[in-house]
Design a protein. Structure first.
Length: 326
């Protein structure tokens, strides 16, 4: 009910009459009034004027189901939505839900994580009130060896969503999927999978986005937030909904070919490594080359010093800029 009222108020600039709300939502005037009162208690500023109705003036930056749903316009992604004020890790929660039979497209969000996890066994700092911690659970009918490409699909969705909200093309991607602004990391993705040799049970794509962080601890000197880059704060729920919108579109294109053929051009447009020297750290073998872009499997093509081109698979190697993080 609260989310339906929020959606109705958000869709309209100006006032929506109480009568219209009652008719669209098929509820009584008292029910509308009660829901508006609850929303006000949660920090929403809702003006009410006799003979005009209600108007939404300001919203708290809440990571609640009602707030996220009021922005969400997808068919599938995020439609089954689970929100936590705090949890251990949204990836862990998404995996539990998957084991219990949750549907494809289930999204888990949290305002805070106590055991946030990053790639390569690292921890992911997850304080409350400033960032996005979200995990999308999919049941893709694809071969397990193709699942790592989904990380790149999410990277693109997050980059495009951030660029849309920041009204510019400030954000790019460091291969395979770190979101980069001004040479610093603004978001990262950890993808996990439960599969047999030839079939996937589920995939969990977990993304952390530094949205409204004002200052990072000294050890995170390579981190940046959208707020720091743009000079103002963002509504986290709106950004989550935009990420889901872009992901749904890109996932549809990925499904058509089961690779990145239809997305490669857009991915390369976002890739900040292109034309730059990179250091490739393979187990037992390190070398330097120039990043060219990705192939249709999402592998990074690197021209080595002797002119031949290597195709690098994300799982095995990491790539560093030779003058810094990018
Ligand atoms: C990285 O190391 O770059 C990946 C970071 C992924 C962090 C996100 S936050 C939401 C989800 N839950 C986790 O525990 N990790 C991912």
């Amino acid at each position: 009910m609260k989310e339906k009222i929020l959606t109705a108020l958000r869709e309209r600039e100006g006032y929506v009459s109480g009568q219209e709300l009652c008719e669209t939502l098929a509820v009584s005037r008292t029910a509308v009034w009660k829901a508006v009162t609850k929303l006000r208690e949660e920090g929403y500023e809702i003006d009410s004027v006799q003979n005009k109705g209600y108007s939404l003036l300001a919203s708290p930056d809440a990571m609640t189901e009602a707030e996220i749903r009021s922005w969400l316009h997808t068919r599938e992604m995020g439609q089954n939505l689970v929100c936590f004020e705090d949890t251990d890790s949204t990836n862990l929660q998404a995996k539990y839900l998957a084991e219990e039979g949750a549907p494809h497209g289930t999204l888990v969000c949290a305002d805070q994580q106590t055991k946030g996890r990053g790639r390569r066994g690292r921890a992911w700092d997850s304080p409350p009130g400033e960032a996005i911690y979200m995990s999308l659970m999919l049941r893709p009918a694809i071969r397990p060896e193709h699942a790592s490409m989904l990380t790149l699909v999410m990277g693109m969705a997050v980059a495009d969503a951030c660029n849309e909200l920041m009204e510019g093309n400030m954000a790019g991607l460091k291969w395979p999927n770190d979101l980069v602004i001004n040479g610093k990391k603004a978001a990262g993705t950890l993808t996990e999978m439960s599969a047999e040799l030839d079939c996937i049970h589920y995939v969990v794509i977990g993304t952390g986005i530094n949205v409204n962080t004002r200052e990072f601890p000294a050890e995170l000197s390579q981190a940046i937030s959208l707020r720091q880059a743009a000079g103002h704060s963002f509504q986290r729920a709106e950004l989550i909904a935009l990420c889901m919108k872009y992901f749904e579109t890109y996932y549809g294109l990925f499904e058509q070919t089961e690779d990145l053929s239809l997305l490669k051009k857009d991915y390369d447009r976002l890739l900040v490594n292109t034309g730059r020297e990179v250091r490739v750290l393979e187990p037992g073998h390190e070398y330097t080359g120039t990043a060219l872009g990705i192939n249709r499997y999402g592998e990074l093509q690197v021209r080595c010093e002797d002119g031949h081109v290597e195709e690098i698979y994300a799982g095995e190697v990491s790539v560093r800029g030779i003058y810094g993080y990018v």
